[in-house]
Ligand binder design. Structure first.
Ligand code: SF4
Ligand code: FES
Length: 246
């Protein structure tokens, strides 16, 4: 193969080109194929915790956000079984927390809500947990509403690797797992977090939000109100790819 020949793999019967080092997820999205995802943000290291992006590679399941693309492999993503699994995972996240979308400032910008719509999740198939979770509004600029946290771990990773502060951590097991804050009182106000931190800007849901920035854009005109997440995220990846290729 000449060095200029693009390497490719098959995704649902479509030829997907990729660069050395790209994941299945990144190559698919850059090629215009949406793979549902929650915990992955392409600007940061993938973590593969939500499993929503699971695909079948040569007959075996893998998280596409961490699975390296390999020439010639056969990948399935848009299958009835995988989409049913994604619906069930999303449904479980919705019933495990307290998500009142019509009253949430993140509505229209929320990846959980938008993904549920993209998967055609119309109603819940599990009993609602109604867990009791603490809201931390102690900080002058930042609010942590654990009701809406989907435990994607993004804030932990960004606070540690980008902000170099390690403000957030997870504690507990199963349904009692929760986000905790590194401060003597356990409150955001006593931690090193600040409004400049990247960690507080990339929560995919409305769990970490800035005070004083609510309702700047009316509901109905927000990111996923304007275009579905399947189109929006593919467009974003395409732009990233173009920037990379110069
Ligand atoms: Fe993810 Fe947001 Fe929860 Fe942090 S607060 S784990 S970013 S959902
Ligand atoms: Fe890949 Fe969450 S997006 S595991």
């Amino acid at each position: 193969m000449s060095p200029d020949t693009k390497k490719t793999f098959q995704l649902d019967g479509k030829e997907i080109p990729f660069r050395e080092g790209q994941t299945v997820f990144d190559a698919a999205m850059a090629a215009g194929v949406y793979i549902p995802h929650l915990c992955h943000n392409p600007d940061f290291e993938p973590h593969s915790s939500c499993r929503l992006c699971t695909v079948i590679v040569n007959g075996r399941p893998f998280a596409s956000c961490t699975q390296p693309a390999v020439a010639g492999q056969d990948v399935r993503s848009d299958t009835p079984e995988l989409n049913e699994m994604r619906r069930a995972l999303t449904d479980m996240l919705l019933v495990e927390g307290n998500h009142y979308c019509p009253a949430c400032e993140k509505s229209g910008n929320c990846r959980l809500q938008a993904t549920a719509y993209a998967l055609g999740l119309q109603d819940s198939h599990f009993p609602q947990f109604f867990p009791r979770r603490d809201v931390d509004a102690s900080h002058p600029d930042i609010i942590l509403d654990r009701d809406r946290c989907i435990l994607c771990g993004l804030c932990l990773r960004i606070s540690r690797s980008v902000d170099k502060k390690s403000v957030f951590a997870m504690t507990g097991r199963g349904i009692t797992t929760t986000i905790v804050v590194d401060s003597p009182s356990g409150l955001l106000a006593d931690s090193k977090v600040s409004r400049e931190d990247e960690a507080v800007r990339h929560c995919p849901v409305g769990a970490l939000m800035m005070k004083g920035e609510a309702y700047m854009v009316p509901i109905g005109q927000r990111r996923y109100d304007v275009s579905p997440i399947s189109e929006d995220s593919v467009r974003e990846f395409h732009a990233r790819e173009e920037a990379h290729n110069g």
